[in-house]
Design a protein around this ligand. Structure first.
Ligand code: ZN
Length: 162
């Protein structure tokens, strides 16, 4: 069994693809986000889309660590409130922009401010943002399951162990 689990871990390390991270902001917070400046984030659930073609699990593990230098926009947000969910699509493809676009279409039908941070995570592409706000966990799940291809939720324990 030990051999199998070590093999599984190696396979997980090699996987590349795209991911979505989720956190819950319990109350409105003003957060300084690098070059974006200070952004006012309304309370709610935030979904961030990224990709890691150099190693998916290493990247998501980094996002979950608290002792890291603030580099990406996502780091500034998670320094205030840690990510509580990780969803992955380990198919070697970069879906982050497509997902962000689909998510914007999804949130047009929901209430509230859905894009509080224009330019968040999208410095290297033409997307308005890679960070989407929704109201509750039901919307998080419905949104992520509506994406094509749909990412799968990963147990956080699996990631820190990898
Ligand atoms: Zn993009």
């Amino acid at each position: 069994m030990k051999v199998a689990s070590s093999r599984t871990r190696k396979a997980a390390k090699r996987q590349t693809g795209s991911y979505a991270l989720v956190l819950r902001l319990p109350s409105r917070r003003k957060i300084s986000v690098g070059k974006l400046g200070v952004v006012s984030f309304p309370r709610g659930y935030y979904i961030y889309f990224g990709s890691a073609l150099g190693g998916l699990r290493a990247r998501t593990a980094r996002h979950l660590r608290s002792d890291k230098k603030l580099h990406w926009h996502a780091d500034y947000l998670s320094a205030e409130v840690p990510w509580s969910q990780v969803w992955e699509m380990a198919d070697g493809q970069r879906w982050e922009c497509e997902w962000a676009k689909e998510a914007s279409g999804f949130t047009e039908s929901t209430r509230g401010i859905t894009h509080p941070a224009p330019g968040f995570g999208s410095s290297d592409c033409k997307c308005p943002t890679h960070l989407i706000r929704v109201n509750n966990p039901q919307e998080v799940r419905a949104l992520l399951r509506s994406l094509s291809p749909a990412p799968r939720r990963i147990r956080l324990g699996t990631i820190t162990a990898a």
